[in-house]
Design a protein around this ligand. Sequence first.
Ligand code: SF4
Length: 210
Amino acid sequence: MEYLLDNAVTARIGTEKYKCTVEWRNGRFIVDEPEKAGGKDAGPDPYTLLLSSLGTCTLVTLRMYIDRKGWDIPNIAVAVNMYYETVDGKKITVLDRDLNFLSPVTSEQRERLTQIAKVCPISKILEGEIQIRTFVYSDGEDEKKHTYSNKDITVVWKPELCKHSGRCATQLPQVFNPGEKPWINIEGATAQEIKDQVAKCPTGALSIAK
Ligand code: SF4
């Protein structure tokens, strides 16, 4: 198993209604709820983010395809919205995507681009099978730690915080191997490779002491 993103998207909320700060690989942005839901509308709400994800993925996928084909379609616009309906007693979420090529396209191009839009990566995720796994942690639990050192680096591991399903062992098995004792082989990769992997530990179970 390998995660799609090198760095997880992380978010935090405090007591200010309902301002969330999202950190992504190149910065941060605010997510909020609209005023009618008790927020200050200081940023997009989670539904807007979901729809933006589909809309922008569609545009990027189309742009890549159009450029590859060398077609003269300089601008594309998309509008995305959603609603719920009940079919046979089951609640269904329907996402509507309206594409506008903002310049004339042939019927053949229109047909092809419609097919391409339908298979953009986010479309495939949303229309495929999704499983959401939830892991729960809390800070300040147990401070018991183990250290693994060589002359370049010291890795600290707090077993009580290690509740994830082996991200480190999957991504850098020559260093992190739960089947071995000690389970961290500090000589198994360069100090930089180990530091990069430690930075991906989602719980703080792994850290660098030097
Ligand atoms: S050390 Fe971190 S990345 Fe490795 S299994 Fe534990 S929680 Fe997951």
